[in-house]
Ligand binder design. Structure first.
Ligand code: SF4
Length: 371
């Protein structure tokens, strides 16, 4: 083994969770290690859930020491971990540069979903979202995105089954719906999805991975051509250009272009689309909005997820009543649309994107969440 003992900086250290086997083989070759070491290390990380090289007992002590010196499995420090009464668990993770992101584990019977962030902060600036309030700080790396999922996966496998007869729990679904616009960090996000999906990685089927976007037409088309079977969710929130531009200031591209790109995605992947629509009292819930939304949903053969807004401190928008939300849903259903009101999860721990991070930074009292 040809190793020197200088301590590499964080930038020089390898974040193993961000690298595919081909890259790892080249790296292990530099350590004069045989190729099969890569399979051993991947098995320890993704199958056995090892959190430290020390646990990898089929590697020599010298190699474990060398890996500890030069590479990381996990890079983030866990700042807080909050559990809501419905079981939703939110992690606030801090990276070595001091930036923080949120990751959420949403358990639902045998379904365990990790909601991942793709950026630190967000440039999109949706008028109803805490994550956009401070703008974009930086993109997350592939390793940082995968690390969030692997951390949730470990929590899930370590959890108690609901009943003694139940199968051991495993992370089953991924949603890229946390902080950030995933398609604005395309390369890192795609590389992360490939690792999450790979049989040697977390082995989560592409059909169980959902990417949520405000709609970047070029990147949606590119995603359609990747040969993956991902679910695509379009954060629509307004069914016409002018209102949408107010609610999502960054989304300046014509809505028709966004919808054309979504149509392209559906035609090239065969995957059903979902339209996400946050219900804002007095803003986007008029009957004409329902008719416009229904037309769009039918033209894309898309399902609609309605999310009742939960106020964010400092934002002048109001949560609609349950009655008006059901009325809006009924208008959509009457026009032939499959529309559901999504349940807010983990409200008391601010499980919606960006709130825990802001609360941590500003000591905002725990009294509200957004969708
Ligand atoms: S809702 Fe999503 S896209 Fe909009 S500001 Fe928040 S994180 Fe960004």
């Amino acid at each position: 083994m040809t190793l020197d003992c200088e301590s590499p900086s964080v930038e020089q250290r390898l974040h193993l969770l961000g690298v595919e086997p081909s890259g790892l083989r080249a790296w292990f070759e530099q350590l004069d290690q045989p190729r099969y070491r890569v399979e051993q290390v991947l098995d320890w990380i993704y199958v056995k859930g090892a959190a430290a090289f020390e646990q990898m007992t089929n590697l020599s002590k010298t190699l474990r020491a060398a890996l500890t010196e030069r590479a990381d499995i996990f890079r983030a420090e866990l700042v807080t971990e909050s559990v809501a009464t419905d079981g939703t668990r939110k992690l606030l993770l801090k990276w070595p540069d001091g930036q923080t992101v949120e990751t959420v584990w949403i358990p639902d019977a045998e379904r365990h979903t990790a909601c991942l962030s793709s950026q630190v902060g967000c440039a999109v600036g949706c008028q109803f979202c805490a994550s956009g309030l401070d703008g974009l700080q930086r993109n997350l790396t592939t390793g940082e995105i995968v690390e969030q999922a692997v951390r949730v996966s470990r929590l899930v496998t370590q959890s108690q089954p609901a009943t003694p007869e139940a199968r051991p729990a495993r992370l089953s679904h991924i949603v890229l719906m946390g902080m950030g616009e995933p398609l604005a960090n395309y390369d890192a996000v795609l590389a992360a999805i490939r690792i999450l999906n790979a049989p040697w990685g977390l082995n989560i089927g592409a059909r169980k991975i959902t990417l949520s976007t405000v709609g970047l037409p070029k990147q949606i088309r590119q995603l359609a051509d990747e040969g993956l079977q991902l679910n695509l969710a379009l954060s629509l929130h307004a069914p016409e250009q002018e209102l949408r531009a107010k609610l999502i200031p960054w989304a300046k591209m014509p809505l028709t272009e966004v919808l054309d790109a979504c149509r392209y995605y559906f035609e090239h992947t065969g995957r059903e689309l979902t339209l996400e629509y946050v219900l804002l009292s007095g803003v986007n819930m008029e009957p004409q909005h329902a008719s416009q939304l229904a037309r769009i949903a039918r033209s894309l053969r898309a399902n609609v997820n309605l999310l009742r807004y939960n106020p964010v401190p400092g934002l002048p928008l109001a949560r609609p009543s349950a009655e008006s939300s059901y009325t809006f849903q009924a208008l959509l259903r009457d026009q032939g649309v499959n529309a559901h009101i999504r349940t807010s999860r983990g409200q008391e721990i601010a499980a919606a994107c960006g709130q825990l991070r802001r609360r941590q930074a500003e000591s905002v009292p725990p009294d509200s969440t957004r969708p």
